[in-house]
Design a binder for this molecule. Structure first.
Ligand code: ATP
Ligand code: MG
Ligand code: MG
Ligand code: MG
Length: 468
C-alpha cells in the first residue's frame, strides 16, 4: 500500500517530469504578508509571481505545502472532529504555472495524474466549473467526462481567493464519490457538505487580482495554481473516505491511544482524532517559530493546544499527553520536514509546559462549566458572563467553551461575552486612572488592548485577519 510519503513523492515526481521545479514548502508564517495569519494554500509563497511583481528562473513549479486553516478566510478549526476531510494542519500538493501553460494543460495534467498514475477509476469522479466557464467545461468534455458529471457552480466555491485581497480566479474542482454508504450529495446539491462526495483537487485559473477597495482587475499573465489535499488523496488511495484512516493518522491515533490508555473506538474516537490533528498543527507551528501567547498568531496556537488538552482530559488523562506524541509525529513526517526533528525538543517542552499549566485550571473550569450548564433549560445559551469567567479565571479560550458546549447542542452568548470583556477593561482603566502614573498605565493598556475581544472572537472574520 502506498503511504502518504509515497503519494507525496509520486505527485512531485510526476510534475518534475512535466518540467516543473520542485520547490520546498514555505514556513507556515507568511513572510511579508500582513494580510494573512498562516499560510493556507500552496500559492501563498508565489503570490508575487502571479501578479508579476517578482520573477524567478522557472515558470513551472510544484510543491507540497504545509498549510494551517485555523483562522481567516479559510478556517476549518470547527470542522475538526466533525468531518472526515478537514484538518487544521494539512499538506497541499500543487503545481503552478506562472504565465506558462493555462487551462487545457492544467486540467489534462490533473486528469492524467489521478486516473493513470494514481489509477483512480474515472466513473467515480465528478468535476465542477465556474458557471460561466465554457472553456473549462469543454476541456473536461473532450477528456471524456460525461456531461452530467461536469457541474456548473455559481458560488464562491468555484471562484478561489486566498484572502480578502490578492490574486484569484475561477476554478475547476475534482470530486470523488465514495459511495452511498456515506451521507452526502454531489457538489451544488443540498447535501454537498456530507463526506460522500469529497473534493480532492482544486485547479485555479489565476487571472484576476482583488484589491482592498473591492475592485478586481485582470492580471497581465494567465497562470495556474492548483491544490490537492495529501490526506484526502491518501485516504482515497488507501481505500477510505476518511482522512483519519490513513497510515499517518492511524499511527498518531495509536500513539494517542497508548498515551491515554483508551482504545480509539466508539465515542472516544473523536477525541483521538482531534488530538492527532491538533498535534500536527501545534508542532508544525512551533517548529516554524510561533510560541503560545495571548494575542495574534500565538493565541491561535494556544487555542488549538488547549482544545486538544480538553480532549485528552475527556479521555481521562491524568498526566500531560501531547508532548508524549511528538516522537511519533517526527517518525512519520520528520523526513519530509526536517524542521520538525530539529525543533523536537522545543516542541515537547512547549507542549509539556502549556499542558502542565492549563491542567491546573482545566478541572475547575470544567466543573464550573458543568454547574452553569446544569441550571440551564435544554438548548439554552451559556451566559456571556459565565463564558468570560471561564476565560478570565480559568484560561478557557472562548472557542474551547464553544467546542465543549457544541457536544450538548448549546451555544455561548457571544455578545454577552464581549460586553463582559469590555466591562472588565473599563474597570481596569478606571482603577489605573486613579494611580496617577500615566507612563505605567500606557504600558498596561497596550498589553490589555493586545487582548481585544476581537482577537478571541474574530479570527474567522476577514476584519480580524486584516488586523494581524
Ligand atoms: P472543502 O470545500 O472541502 O472545505 P476547500 O474548497 O475549502 O475544501 P481549497 O481551498 O480548494 O479547499 O483547497 C484545495 C484542496 O486542499 C482541497 O481540494 C482539499 O483537497 C484540500 N483541503 C482544503 N482544506 C482542507 C482541510 N481543512 N484539511 C485537509 N485538506 C484540505
Ligand atoms: Mg473549505
Ligand atoms: Mg470546496
Ligand atoms: Mg476548493
Amino acid at each position: 500500500m502506498a503511504t502518504l510519503n509515497d503519494i507525496r513523492s509520486t505527485f512531485l515526481n510526476y510534475f518534475a517530469k512535466q518540467g516543473h521545479t520542485i520547490v520546498d514548502s514555505s514556513p507556515l508564517v507568511p513572510r511579508n504578508d500582513p494580510t494573512l495569519m498562516f499560510v493556507n494554500s500552496g500559492m501563498v509563497q508565489f503570490k508575487n509571481l502571479f501578479t508579476g511583481l517578482e520573477t524567478r528562473d522557472y515558470n513551472r513549479a510544484t510543491t507540497a505545502q504545509k498549510c494551517v486553516r485555523a483562522g481567516g478566510k479559510h478556517n476549518d478549526l470547527d470542522n475538526v472532529g466533525y468531518t472526515a476531510r478537514h484538518h487544521t494542519f494539512f499538506e497541499m500538493l500543487g503545481n503552478f504555472s506562472f504565465g506558462d501553460y493555462f487551462k487545457e494543460e492544467a486540467i489534462t495534467f490533473a486528469w492524467e495524474l489521478i486516473t493513470k498514475e494514481y489509477g483512480i477509476p474515472k466513473d467515480k469522479l465528478y468535476t465542477t466549473v465556474y458557471h460561466t466557464d465554457d472553456e473549462a467545461y469543454n476541456i473536461w468534455k473532450k477528456l471524456g467526462v460525461p456531461e452530467e458529471r461536469i457541474i456548473r457552480i455559481a458560488t464562491s466555491d468555484n471562484f478561489w481567493q486566498m484572502g480578502p485581497t490578492g490574486p484569484c480566479g475561477p476554478c475547476t474542482e475534482i470530486f470523488y464519490d465514495h459511495g452511498d454508504h456515506i451521507w452526502g450529495g454531489p457538489p451544488g446539491s443540498p447535501e454537498e457538505d456530507g463526506d460522500r462526495f469529497i473534493e480532492i483537487w482544486n485547479v485555479v485559473f489565476m487571472q484576476n487580482e482583488q484589491f482592498e477597495d473591492g475592485s478586481m482587475k485582470a492580471l497581465d499573465m494567465q497562470s495556474i495554481d492548483t491544490g490537492m489535499g495529501l490526506e484526502r488523496i491518501g485516504a482515497l488511495l488507501q481505500g477510505s473516505h476518511d482522512n483519519y484512516d490513513t497510515d499517518l493518522f492511524k499511527t498518531l491515533i495509536e500513539a494517542s491511544a497508548h498515551a491515554t490508555s483508551v482504545e480509539p473506538y466508539g465515542d472516544k474516537n473523536v477525541h483521538h482524532r482531534v488530538i492527532a490533528d491538533h498535534l500536527r498543527s501545534t508542532s508544525f507551528l512551533i517548529a516554524d517559530g510561533v510560541m503560545p501567547s495571548n494575542d495574534g498568531r500565538g493565541y491561535v496556537l494556544r487555542r488549538i493546544m488547549r482544545r486538544a488538552m480538553r480532549h485528552a482530559h475527556l479521555l481521562g488523562a491524568k498526566d500531560p499527553v501531547m508532548h508524549q506524541l511528538v516522537p511519533s509525529l517526527v517518525g512519520q513526517m520528520g523526513q519530509a520536514y526536517p524542521e520538525l526533528g530539529q525543533a523536537q525538543a522545543m516542541i515537547e517542552e512547549t507542549l509539556l509546559l502549556e499542558e502542565t499549566r492549563f491542567k491546573q485550571t482545566l478541572d475547575r473550569g470544567l466543573k464550573l462549566l458543568d454547574d452553569e450548564v446544569s441550571g440551564l433549560d435544554e438548548g439554552a445559551q451559556l451566559s456571556g458572563e459565565a463564558a468570560f469567567k471561564l476565560y478570565d479565571t480559568y484560561g478557557f479560550p472562548l472557542d474551547l467553551t464553544q467546542d465543549a458546549l457544541r457536544e450538548q447542542g448549546r451555544e455561548v452568548d457571544t455578545d454577552g461575552f464581549t460586553a463582559a470583556m469590555e466591562q472588565q477593561k473599563a474597570k481596569a482603566r478606571a482603577a489605573w486612572s486613579g494611580s496617577g502614573d500615566a507612563a505605567d498605565s500606557t504600558v498596561w493598556f497596550d498589553v490589555l488592548d493586545g487582548a481585544e475581544p476581537t482577537d478571541f472572537l474574530g479570527y474567522d472574520t476577514e476584519k480580524a485577519e486584516g488586523q494581524i
